[in-house]
Design a protein around this ligand. Structure first.
Ligand code: PEP
Length: 252
């Protein structure tokens, strides 16, 4: 049976000590399961300290971003090679907060996807429409365009996996998720685009489609019971060990 994914994006919400406390609580409460892949994405400053804490827990480590070169004169950037070296298996790319606040473009997202894959990191590519784009009825077109631009010329080796998370920008952090059936419609649109790039077998086995945006213990089950949605990218509800644990329990 295919695995579910629960990916915690802690953004810049916690200090270093708070992050370590949360990780300790999560490791104590959460048993590894072969049904669900649990990934935590702390901020860069805490990655090195979190890695040994989760090393034998079955929980995986992810970063919130990476640069597209492995090394060089790129002040302030973080190398995907170094992320792999310190124990990351996943990296979020193209989160709407980076697209919005830092003008990250689709072309930059594509370069990051390529660099992540070359370093055998699983890129978690975030796509989603703003409220204005939605209101102008261009949602599906925007999503197709973001996926197309992120994947142009990208090849997957036999080791590579890919995650695409549909995250409607206007529901992130709002407490109000979209209807699961609508998220399912959008992940089906994404799957349709994927068919232009990869064989069906690769899509079925190594590309995973997630929903993100105000997921909580009460709604997660309905999202993950949709046919093409196999996981959730979670912000707010992943910041407390008890609620995080409830998210995982809700799937059992
Ligand atoms: C996110 O920012 O990726 C996210 C899904 O946040 P939230 O769950 O808080 O809406």
């Amino acid at each position: 049976m295919a695995k579910n994914f629960i990916i915690a994006n802690w953004k810049m919400s916690l200090g270093h000590e708070q992050t370590l406390d949360l990780v300790d609580q999560i490791v104590q409460q959460i048993q590894p399961s072969d049904k669900t892949e649990i990934v935590v994405c702390p901020s860069f400053i805490s990655l090195v300290a979190v890695a040994p804490k989760i090393a034998n827990s079955g929980i995986k480590l992810g970063a919130q971003d990476c640069f597209w070169h492995d090394e060089g004169a790129f002040t302030g950037e973080v190398s995907p090679l170094n992320l792999k070296e310190i124990g990351c298996d996943y990296v979020i790319v193209g989160h709407s907060e980076r697209r919005g606040y830092l003008n990250e473009t689709d072309a930059m997202v594509r370069q990051k996807v390529k660099a992540a894959l070359e370093n055998n990191l699983v890129p978690i590519i975030c796509v989603g429409e703003t409220l204005e784009q939605r209101q102008s009825s261009s949602k599906d077109f925007i999503i197709m365009q973001q996926v197309n631009k992120a994947l142009a010329g990208i090849e997957l080796t036999a080791q590579n996996q890919l995650i695409i998370a549909y995250e409607p920008v206007w529901v992130i952090g709002s407490g109000q998720a979209v209807e699961p059936s609508e998220a399912e419609h959008t992940t089906q649109v994404i799957r349709q685009v994927l068919l232009d790039y990869f064989p069906l077998e690769v899509i079925n086995k190594r590309i995973h489609l997630l929903y993100g945006g105000s997921v909580n213990p009460l709604n997660i089950r309905e999202f993950l019971s949709q046919p093409t949605i196999v996981g959730a990218l979670v912000g707010g509800a992943s910041l407390e060990a008890k609620i995080f644990w409830q998210l995982i329990k809700a799937l059992e």
